[in-house]
Design a protein around this ligand. Structure first.
Ligand SMILES: *[C@@H]1O[C@H](CO)[C@@H](O)[C@H](O)[C@H]1NC(C)=O
Ligand SMILES: *[C@@H]1O[C@H](CO)[C@@H](O)[C@H](O)[C@H]1NC(C)=O
Ligand SMILES: *[C@@H]1O[C@H](CO)[C@@H](O)[C@H](O)[C@H]1NC(C)=O
Ligand SMILES: *[C@@H]1O[C@H](CO)[C@@H](O)[C@H](O)[C@H]1NC(C)=O
Ligand SMILES: [Zn+2]
Length: 385
């Protein structure tokens, strides 16, 4: 009986919690019109683009001025905890060294082609197939992650690009609304050399010239990602390079990767882009949210003992305005409301419990008074553990 009462209340509390967290937020901006313009994208001219002229990408690539662009600044206090976000499960990432992989300097990034045996088998409505991974970085003075956490850049960022298995290949999927899933993680500086990253970084010199590639033996690609894949942010965004298709289901991990200072320097200083210029600062500035939500698979700790950005952090000047423009409605954020709602439900449960206990106690004392000895009192038995 006692157990039943408790379970009923717990269920109620949980139900209220999930209903609240999955309820659509009142968005200032309706982005459903996005799909109409999606069709035009295919015909976009394949113009030349560079990171120094990113403000004019939208001249040749109209999607780049859309309202669901990436990267973004992630305001950790505004991320909405969603307990229903499914865990990401990867398959086939542990490649045999008999398999060879193409590593390429394409003038914009360092890119590793991945066989279609690498997959995200859980975490989305369908299976997503890996196509390639690549990096974004800055310079020693200017950390170059694309996403920022509370307006702070990390030294570098890895993106593992997957396409929806319902499409034939990456290029076909790229323009589809449910086409892409990219796993992103921050790369910071640690004390030790990261051996997993040596699989790639040790051959950088072989691809220092633009549009060159080399083959490297297979390795466990999973180890390029952070150890913990359970804590992540989720939002709807875009490719961070032209044509900026707004077709990416983004996952940004909260756990980070560490490489040594020397390894990071190799990434920053080795590769050349066009005109033999250094290939660095290949990151796009954070884009406006336009009312988009960022969800998180985890509850932020109140203690603030979370993982600190390693290495030098840089405040993203223009990304600070995001928080102001889409600022919350003053008083309570949805997180606060959730907390209050849950707190209230807990109190109700507690009161019910106390009332029940008092009631039981009365019954018990009455019972013992009446029956005196000889009768063995049997308490209401719990049915289950
Ligand atoms: C991204 O994936 C989540 C989890 O499957 C899903 O709920 C959401 O609708 C997806 N976003 C898009 C734009 O398809
Ligand atoms: C991708 O698939 C489409 C449709 O099947 C096909 O026409 C195209 O050639 C493929 N592209 C590549 C790069 O394989
Ligand atoms: C992303 O878009 C999908 C489809 O429109 C929507 O169901 C989902 O809630 C969105 N995700 C977030 C985090 O807003
Ligand atoms: C991870 O989450 C904690 C808790 O919200 C936050 O303090 C920290 O900045 C986050 N780090 C990253 C890289 O997301
Ligand atoms: Zn990228």
């Amino acid at each position: 009986m006692l157990g039943k009462v408790f379970r009923a209340f717990l269920l109620l509390s949980l139900l209220a919690l999930t209903v609240e967290s999955s309820a659509p937020s009142s968005e200032e901006e309706d982005s459903s019109s996005e799909k109409d313009s999606e069709e035009h994208a295919k015909g976009s001219p394949h113009g030349h683009w560079t990171y120094t002229d990113q403000d004019s990408w939208s001249v040749a690539f109209e999607h780049c001025k859309g309202k669901s662009q990436s990267p973004i600044n992630i305001d950790t206090r505004k991320a909405l905890f969603d307990p229903m976000l499914p865990e990401i499960v990867l398959e086939g990432y542990d490649l045999s060294d008999t398999k060879s992989l193409k590593l390429q300097n394409n003038g914009h990034t360092l890119q590793l082609s991945l066989p279609n045996t690498l997959r995200i088998v859980r975490g989305f409505d369908t299976v997503f197939i890996a196509a390639q991974l690549h990096f974004h970085w800055g310079t020693k003075e200017d950390p170059g992650s694309e996403h920022t956490i509370d307006n702070v850049h990390f030294p570098a960022e890895i993106h593992v690009v997957h396409y929806n298995s319902k499409y034939a290949n990456l290029s076909e999927a790229a323009s589809k609304a449910d086409g892409l899933a990219v796993l992103g993680a921050f790369i910071g500086i640690g004390l030790h050399e990261n051996e997993n990253y040596e699989n790639i970084l040790s051959v950088l010199k072989d691809v220092s010239i633009e549009e060159t590639d080399t083959e490297i033996p297979g390795f466990n690609v999973r180890h390029l990602l952070p150890p913990n894949l359970q804590r992540f942010y989720r939002y709807n965004g875009s490719l961070t390079t032209p044509p900026c298709f707004q077709t990416v289901n983004w996952t940004i991990f909260n756990d980070t990767i560490r490489v040594s200072r020397k390894q990071l320097a190799a990434l920053e200083d080795t590769l050349k882009a066009e005109h033999n210029e250094l290939l660095s600062k290949n990151f796009r500035a954070p884009q406006l949210l336009f009312g988009r939500d960022v969800q998180s698979s985890f509850r932020a700790e109140v203690s603030g003992s979370g993982s600190q950005p390693s290495g030098t952090g840089r405040s993203g000047g223009n990304s600070r305005s995001i928080g102001e423009e889409n600022g919350n409605q003053g008083g309570f954020s949805r997180g606060d409301i959730l907390a209050i709602a849950f707190g209230a439900l807990f109190v109700v449960t507690l009161i019910a419990f106390i009332v029940y206990m008092v009631h039981q106690r009365k019954k018990f004392s009455r019972f013992t008074k009446d029956s005196r000895q000889n009768v063995i009192y049997k308490p209401a038995t719990k049915e289950e553990a």
